[in-house]
Design a protein around this ligand. Structure first.
Ligand code: HEC
Length: 99
């Protein structure tokens, strides 16, 4: 019985570590949170407002505001902005998106 509990603990720890490592990359965060509406940097809900070429990418503070509060039909993502490392890697990933 004791052995079973410790194996379970190991499995859960491995899962958590892997999950954290995935979430750290800008691409991982993007795929998890943005991709459904912003497929490849476009905008499915409002095609006139894609991420590629957006004024909100001109500076990291504008990008932070976009995520902190959301605009129009876009929901807010305050938790991403709070995690500085993740937020920065997401920003860098968005800057690299190209048509
Ligand atoms: C539910 C759909 C949805 C999700 C999920 C979503 N967005 Fe948006 N996003 C939108 C919509 C709709 C707009 C246009 C909002 C408006 O009308 O101002 C937008 C606008 C933007 C803009 C500004 C585009 C412009 O210049 O007008 C950026 C940058 C952006 N989103 C980034 C992201 C990022 C990064 C994520 C993931 C953390 C994300 N979005 C998640 C729907 C979404």
């Amino acid at each position: 019985m004791k052995l079973q509990y410790s194996s379970l603990f190991i499995i859960i720890s491995v899962f958590l570590v892997q999950h954290k490592a995935l979430a750290k990359t800008g691409e991982g965060i993007y795929k998890e949170n943005c991709y459904s509406c912003h497929l490849l940097g476009t905008n499915k809900l409002d095609p006139n407002k894609p991420i590629i070429g957006s004024a909100a990418l001109k500076d990291i503070n504008l990008f932070a505001d976009q995520l902190k509060y959301g605009t129009g039909m876009m929901p807010a993502f305050p938790n991403i902005v709070k995690n500085n490392d993740e937020f920065k890697s997401l920003y860098e990933y968005c800057l690299k998106l190209k048509k």
